[in-house]
Structures are given as structure tokens and as C-alpha cells.
Design a protein around this ligand. Structure first.
Ligand SMILES: [Zn+2]
Length: 308
């Protein structure tokens, strides 16, 4: 078999062809042209290129037509069939999957990019062999996805794992009512537990304007204000994950996005989750995505390998 995955990002589009065993046969990327018509054409061209290269590399695939999986921001509404919640807002309201199928003349499976991360890590990544994997992307935003028994759980309305737009739990007085989110609600986790939320909180408390990476560097250099800000970030993340534990109690939390590359996260986080979990004892795997930034494109290709 030939599995083709597409990671449809806001700034770039990447396609990859994977073998049956999950080896990369070809990878290609292009900037996202930023409008719907050209973006569909770019996806088709990238798929054509990775399939051609994969067939050249492995002649036994010469007559294989690849399966196509696409990971995209936002999701398809199972009620209306159109895209919603994408931060590339020109995708919203479009029948993206159907339009890709028409352009490619073959079936397309499409899932949220955090769901693709979850699937990739559950199938052959940091959550391999575990029954339930909750994957989290913390970068500019904050998304999530759930895989149980090797299958994505998308939910009756397709919003499973959208924990970034639930409110910060157990708020302290100084955290109330919280910032207004782009989605219209107040105090969404995404306004606290994200790169921009981290920087905003640090600026609010200290008056110092720094980016997330700079605050982390300052913390490592012994800056007590930076250390306290990182501690607040992990405490907020811990409270949010405790809610996820009390709801679904996954075997693993797997992290992607910028914050996943900060090792101090994994040292401090368990102690911030445990006090809020409704149990005498709690343990779970907490790990960075094994496939890193490749998880998205792998998981998209693996939309055709679920539950094997
Ligand atoms: Zn929100």
C-alpha cells in the first residue's frame, strides 16, 4: 500500500508518502498560498509529486494509487459538512473534503491537525501500545485529540478534544474573569496555556514584554520572575489536565507544539495534576511526541490505518 498524508498548515503545506511500515518514501512542502482555490491546487500538486517520487523509489508501487489523508486546522462539522473553527478563516464554511475529492478524483479522509498528532503517536509513537492517548498541541494555540484502541474518537459533533476552548478550571481571584478569547468566550485555556498566553501573563504580572522562548531562557538563567511565570503556566496546564483525567482518565498525555520541547514541563507537571484528580493516586505517561513536527503528516496518512 501507499499512504499519502497532507499537513495543511496556515503557512505551509506538506505532503508525505509512507510505506505500509510507516517509512517516509517522499516528503515535499510548499508555502500555503493563502487562498482557497490555489491551496487546493497546491495540495494536488504536492500529492502528485510525492506519489511519483515514492513509485520511483519503490518500483513495486508502480501501479498503486495512494490513499489520501489530510490534517487541517479546525474540523468538518458532522452536522453541516462544512469546515469550521479553522484559524485560516478562509477555510471556514467550505466543503474542503468534497472539493479535494473532486480535484483528486478519489476519496479523502480529513481530520483536525491535533487529531492527526494523536493518531500518529498512538499508532507508532510515544503512546504505542497504550489503550487511550490524549494528545495536546501547545503552540500559538492549544488543541487536543483522543485516540482509544488505535481509533480516533471524534465525537457526535466532532469536537472531542477541543479542550483549548473550555474555561480555566479552579480559577484564582486574580485569574477571574480572564482574557477574552478570539472565539468570543472569556478565560478559554488557549488564552492562558499557549505561547501567546504565557507571554501575556508574564507581561501582565511583571511589566516585561518577552516571547515565550525568551522567558524560558531567562528561567534557565535563574530569573525568579520567569521561573514564577513558568510555574503559573504549568499549574494552569495541570488543572486543565486534571479535568481531562476526571473525564476520560487516559493512559498517556502526549505533547506537541513549541512547549513540548521544554524538558522542565515533564518534571513539574505531575505534581500540578495530582492534587486536582479525584483519586487517591494517579499516574499516566507524560511524553513529547516521538515524531515531533512530523506527527501531523504521519497521522494524516494513518487516517487510513486506524484500528489495524
Ligand atoms: Zn476560546
Amino acid at each position: 500500500m501507499l499512504y499519502v498524508g497532507v499537513d495543511f498548515g496556515g503557512t505551509k503545506i506538506e505532503a508525505a508518502a509512507l510505506s505500509q511500515d510507516g517509512d517516509f518514501l517522499s516528503r515535499q512542502r510548499e508555502p500555503n498560498p493563502g487562498n482557497y482555490h490555489d491551496a487546493i491546487r497546491t495540495v494536488c500538486e504536492l500529492i502528485n509529486r510525492v506519489e511519483t517520487e515514492a513509485r520511483q523509489k519503490d518500483p513495486s508501487l508502480a501501479h498503486r494509487i495512494g490513499t489520501i489523508g489530510v490534517g487541517a486546522p479546525g474540523s468538518v462539522s458532522p452536522r453541516t459538512g462544512v469546515m469550521r473553527n479553522a484559524n485560516s478563516t478562509w477555510l471556514n464554511g467550505k466543503t474542503f473534503r468534497e472539493d479535494l475529492e473532486a480535484a483528486l478524483q478519489r476519496p479523502v479522509r480529513l481530520a483536525n491537525d491535533a487529531n492527526c498528532l494523536a493518531l500518529s503517536e498512538a499508532i507508532d509513537g510515544a503512546g504505542k501500545g497504550l489503550k487511550s492517548v490524549f494528545a495536546i498541541i501547545i503552540g500559538t494555540g492549544c488543541g487536543g485529540g483522543l485516540v482509544v484502541d488505535g481509533r480516533l474518537v471524534e465525537g457526535a459533533n466532532g469536537v472531542t478534544g477541543e479542550w483549548g476552548h473550555m474555561p480555566l478550571p479552579w480559577p484564582q481571584p486574580e485569574e477571574f474573569p480572564g482574557p477574552t478569547c478570539w472565539c468570543g468566550q472569556k478565560s478559554c485555556l488557549e488564552t492562558w496555556v499557549s505561547g501567546s498566553g504565557f507571554a501575556r501573563d508574564f507581561h501582565h504580572v511583571t511589566g516585561r514584554a518577552m516571547k515565550g522562548e525568551q522567558i524560558i531562557e531567562a528561567m534557565r538563567a535563574g530569573d525568579p520572575e520567569a521561573d514564577a511565570a513558568f510555574d503559573r503556566l504549568i499549574d494552569r496546564l495541570g488543572r486543565a489536565l486534571a479535568v481531562a483525567v476526571n473525564m476520560i482518565d487516559p493512559d498517556a498525555f502526549i505533547f506537541g507544539g513549541g512547549l513540548s520541547n521544554v524538558p522542565e514541563l515533564y518534571d513539574r507537571l505531575p505534581g500540578k495534576i495530582r492534587p486536582y484528580v479525584f483519586s487517591d493516586a494517579w499516574a499516566a505517561t507524560l511524553a513529547a511526541a516521538k515524531w515531533g513536527d512530523s506527527s501531523g503528516v504521519r497521522g494524516a496518512a494513518q487516517l487510513w490505518q486506524q484500528g489495524r
